[in-house]
Design a protein around this ligand. Sequence first.
Ligand code: F6P
Length: 355
Amino acid sequence: MKRIGFLTSGGDCQSLNATMRGVAKTLYENLEDVEIIGILDGYKGLIYGNYVKLTPKDFSGILTEGGTIIGTSRQPFKLMREPDENGMDKVKAMKNNYTKWKLDCLVILGGNGTHKTANLLREEGLNVVTLPKTIDNDLYGTDMTFGFQSAVNIATAAIDNIHTTAASHGRVFIVEVMGHSVGWLTLHAGIAGGADIVLIPEIPYDIDKVVEAINKRTDQGKKFSILAVAEGAISKDDLELSKKEMKKKMKMYPSVSYMIGAQIEERTGQEIRITVPGHTQRGGIPCPYDRVISSQLGAAAGKLIIEEKYGYMVGFKNSEIVPVPLEDVAGKIKAVDPNSSIIKQAKSLGICFGD
Ligand code: F6P
């Protein structure tokens, strides 16, 4: 008899349910006796002892369902070793519940912060298998995270829809794309949506270069320009500012796109409009590509559990599904390499990165 606890943590994405279904199906298909519980609302459920029993029926019909059937929450890793407001030792509480629930393994789906805590639990002696979730695609040890391609589709659709209205009015449009501190989502959506200018955190921009690119288009008779701007985009000048100075500066704007928009308007005199698709990028159904990798990753995680190989994240490398030791993943970020071929190819297409 095996008893497995599923847990989804951090920001949600479209393919969490599809991935859990992949693990569950593999376990139900290949083990005589297995019980799965769903730990509610991320690590919060593990700390405070909230879970539900799941049955094969719960995993039916969820391949195409966005969100997570067991809920999620953000529990910052840096506070995990701090007692809660009632003085509770969170790590001890998580270990106690794991033992009380007689779990053989925790299956944890999450991004960077989630993986730090998963590794902490591994170091504390718990059996853990993890799966790489995030629309940001910034998890180390995997070429691709599930959720990313679905979010690329949505961010691309936002840029596609802007194209017609931008052309009709002859305006400069900025589409602000999620991605936290990396530019994967903006880069892919920017290329797929045919953005003229793509600004990502990994390539700090010079506003003069951005304005130059817009003016060049105007001189060529092009009536509009579209910028795909990562929510974490930063200028070369702002790199020099302290965190405090940057915070003070950003207080004047709802987000980075508004600051860039104001600068462009002032320098070009062109009309600017800003679109922020925001959390729609994490919503809706998973795209077919995500359903496929989620099913593959889920099946591989199930196999690790059956073979009792614990302490791994299941990653996707060079088109192969591979186990990656958790200690190699935790605490590292996978950012876009400014010298990578995709950036060079985008530049050769004429996309301006503001550098
Ligand atoms: O990590 C996923 C993500 O959507 C980021 O792209 C974004 O910066 C952040 O989460 C938003 O977080 P929240 O849902 O807590 O507002």
